[in-house]
Ligand binder design. Structure first.
Ligand code: ADP
Ligand code: MG
Length: 618
């Protein structure tokens, strides 16, 4: 990327601006770039280490410290030391309430539906601001190390991140003074780091297994013609290396017969034990036994014991892999490559289990905690135009649509649609002279919008008064490569237009996404029945409206008897609508339709003969 060009106006040499790749992790973050030798390289500013712990500490004055310096305060000032903020990005209190006890800092719960805030010192911070602190630190390290301003970046997110989490990540970048060129999925970046997908003629299916500090996810990707597609994702946002550390701590508590009360009285000791446990775990990656003391506590453990302790959790990750394959409708034999991501895949037992599960040796040559950032740097290079056209594609996890008559969900972009994508449909009004149209946007798989999740709502105002059914309202959905949705409504006859960009008020956890999908299957039958009833009702009501209007406007084409019978049919239909029996509604609507059809024809004939009269034929 570091191309040098000559500015023709001034004759001076210009270095082309560097675009960095950033892995904004739950536990650790880091930044990488493409070096002058055209290789991706992680940035190690002044030998301060490559990984920047994703931890922010605020002092009384509100000054932020990020990384290892902040980590020190986990023990001494836990309330003002924020870790794992990525879990809170784009989330509401309701989304994270179940895990409140995993945070040592204060997550504000006064408005459970809106985005969370975190209290540190005497200020409130949004997860976006906190993530921005981490990004600022990475930006400044990159600038310091590369000795050039860094203003543009590609940032990675988990494949399962929804719109609002992606938008929050983008906003954090903006706040840190970065122009975020693209939000890229972590598994995609990891594949790119291994060069997978760089050759456009390559057709491959890849499993990316990512076990980090606090989260696990597996993604199944398909690569075709240089296009990455996420076929399925699965995982657990509360499973990772921290659990391994905790298991070791518990083991030591038991083996040393430590008393619960003793530990509770000394929270600092727990934290020290945890750090020691992580040290032991890392040591056991290369050796068979760890043996140390913390005060008078014996901290010893063998690799075999450690494996026993983590067995169940590792099995859980394999269960997720199984589910992801099932969702992608693939057998393990269909997987061409397996990529390991995340520091916890360094544990030999994890590596072995993954290899056994997929029946092939996974890629582990690149440091698993650097691989995502390196891939992000490659993506940045592609965006800078330094590589042949490589597209990165994703799919949307849930259907997107709008509310139509009777509270039905009308899907515009179906679930699993490849993004970026564009789709639209034409709608009209149901009442004469209707000048406003409410457009409510929902996400989910159920037939009724009330079972789905509302993203936004707006009014298309100023539609000129026209008879029902005349206005033509085009509603278009545009889902961009970052998963951000723009909805546009335009009335074609008048040109009135309204547009909205959706940054949903709060996000969805993957548990919720999963539940929404499961529910859509569980309730599929009753949903269909309800949909049919609602459709019958809307049709019936529309018919009553149309016929009543016809009679009041063109009553003259009906004789007295006909009018009477029509009214009887209308009453019968209204009664059926009251009853809510779908078949009866359809039957009565049919009757009314049958009986009144000739009148409309009569009116038409009348109009034609009138027109004929107006014309002089001879
Ligand atoms: P994240 O993506 O969640 O930010 P990382 O990929 O940086 O996380 O992984 C961090 C986890 O990796 C921590 O739990 C850390 O203890 C663990 N880890 C780092 N090095 C090793 C190692 N050599 N052996 C086992 N676990 C390790
Ligand atoms: Mg990670």
């Amino acid at each position: 990327m570091a191309k040098i060009s000559i500015n023709l106006a001034t004759g001076s040499l210009q270095q082309e601006e560097i675009i960095v790749g950033i892995d904004l992790g739950t536990t650790n973050s880091l930044v990488a770039y493409i070096n002058p030798e055209k290789n991706p390289q992680v940035i190690n500013d002044m030998g301060r280490g490559i990984l920047v712990p994703s931890i922010v500490h605020f002092n009384e004055k509100g000054d932020a410290l990020v990384g290892n310096e902040a980590k020190e305060f986990l023990t001494t000032d836990p309330e003002n030391t924020i870790f794992s903020v990525k879990r809170l990005l784009g989330r509401s209190y309701n989304d994270v309430a179940a895990h409140q006890d995993t945070f040592s800092y204060k997550v504000i719960d006064d408005d459970k539906e809106s985005l969370v805030k975190i209290k540190a010192g005497n200020r409130f911070y949004t997860p976006i601001e906190l993530s921005a602190e981490i990004l600022k630190e990475l930006k400044s390290r990159a600038e310091h190390s590369l000795k050039t301003p860094v203003n543009r970046a590609v940032i990675t997110v988990p494949a399962y991140f929804n719109d609002s989490q992606r938008q929050a990540t983008r906003d954090a970048g903006k706040l840190a003074g970065l122009d975020v060129l693209r939000i890229v999925n972590e598994p995609t970046a990891a594949s790119l780091a291994y060069g997978i997908g760089l050759d456009p003629s390559e057709h491959k299916t890849i499993a990316v297994y990512d076990l980090g500090g606090g989260t696990f996810d597996v993604s199944i990707l398909a690569i075709q013609n240089g296009i990455f597609e996420v076929l399925a994702t699965n995982g657990n946002t509360f499973l990772g290396g921290d659990d391994f550390d905790r298991a070791i701590v518990h083991y030591w508590i038991e083996s040393n017969k430590l008393k619960e009360a003793e530990l509770q009285a000394n929270p600092g000791l727990m934290q020290q034990l945890r750090l020691k446990a992580e040290e032991a775990k890392i040591a056991l990656t290369t050796q068979n036994i760890y043996n140390e003391k913390l005060g008078d506590i014996w901290c010893s453990i063998t690799r075999i014991t450690f494996q026993e302790l983590i067995k169940v959790r590792v099995q859980e990750t394999l269960d997720s892999c199984k589910q992801a394959l099932k969702d992608a409708k693939l057998k393990t034999t269909a997987i061409d490559e397996v990529v390991l991501v995340g520091g916890s895949t360094r544990t030999p037992y994890v590596k072995q289990q993954v290899a056994d599960f997929f029946g092939r040796q996974p890629h582990d040559q690149i440091n698993p905690d650097e691989v995502v950032a390196l891939g992000a740097a490659i993506q940045a290079d592609i965006l800078a135009g330094n590589r042949s056209d490589i597209l990165l594609l994703d799919v949307t996890p849930l259907s997107l649509g709008i509310e139509t008559m009777g509270g039905l969900m009308d899907v515009i972009i179906p679930r699993n649609a490849k993004i970026p994508t564009k789709a639209g449909r034409q709608y009209t009004t149901s009442i004469d002279g209707q000048v406003n149209m409410k457009i409510s946007i929902f996400q989910g798989e159920r037939d009724l919008v009330k079972e789905n999740r509302k993203l936004a709502e707006f009014d298309l105002k100023g539609i000129p008064a026209m008879p029902a059914g005349f206005p033509k309202v085009d509603i278009n959905f545009l889902l961009n490569a970052d998963g951000i949705l723009t909805v546009q409504a335009v009335e074609l006859r008048s040109g009135v237009k309204q547009e909205i960009e959706i940054t949903p008020a709060y996000g969805l956890t993957d548990d919720v996404v999963e539940k929404m999908l499961v529910d859509s299957i569980t309730y599929a039958k009753s949903d269909v029945a309800q949909r049919m009833l609602i459709e019958a009702k809307s049709e019936g009501e529309q018919l009553v409206y149309t016929v009543e209007r016809f009679i009041s406007k063109n009553g003259q084409v009906l004789d007295e008897e006909e009018t009477k019978i029509t009214l009887v049919h209308i009453e019968a239909l209204k009664a059926a609508l009251q009853d809510g029996d779908k078949d009866l509604i359809l039957k009565k609507a049919d009757d009314l339709n049958e009986f009144t059809r000739p009148f409309a024809e009569r009116l038409m004939d009348l109009a034609v003969s009138k027109a004929m009269k107006g014309k002089s034929v001879d």
